[in-house]
Design a protein. Sequence first.
Length: 146
Amino acid sequence: MTLPRFHLAVPVDDLAAAAHFYGDVLGCARGRSADRWIDWNLRGHQFVTHLAPAGNNKGANNAAHNPVDGHDVPVPHFGLILTVPDFHELAERLRAAGTAFVIEPYVRFAGQAGEQWTMFLTDPAGNAMEFKAFADESMIFAVVES
């Protein structure tokens, strides 16, 4: 089965900083661009950074948070579900780049249905991101009692 690709556009207040983060740090291939936006290939998905005036993006520090597994998770956020090896490779890439994590990489829901590695960070504009990897991908949509 071929899954549909998503398209997501987020505001950034510094397009050069976004280009460094998404291109150099995360390793996304750059697509089309103009003076105020850049398309990125986020593992097959079309992700776009749009230049927006400072102050239009509240960022993770001012966003709402919800408690999940003992951590304050920023809302809204976006990200990808990776394989476990890809998750650890990305975590090391982010550490090597000096990325400050909102929530350090760790195993969430250990020993339960839906066990997963997860990490939260923000891009230079404050957009919150989560990358995760399930121990068992068949549990991605498993109902877990909280």
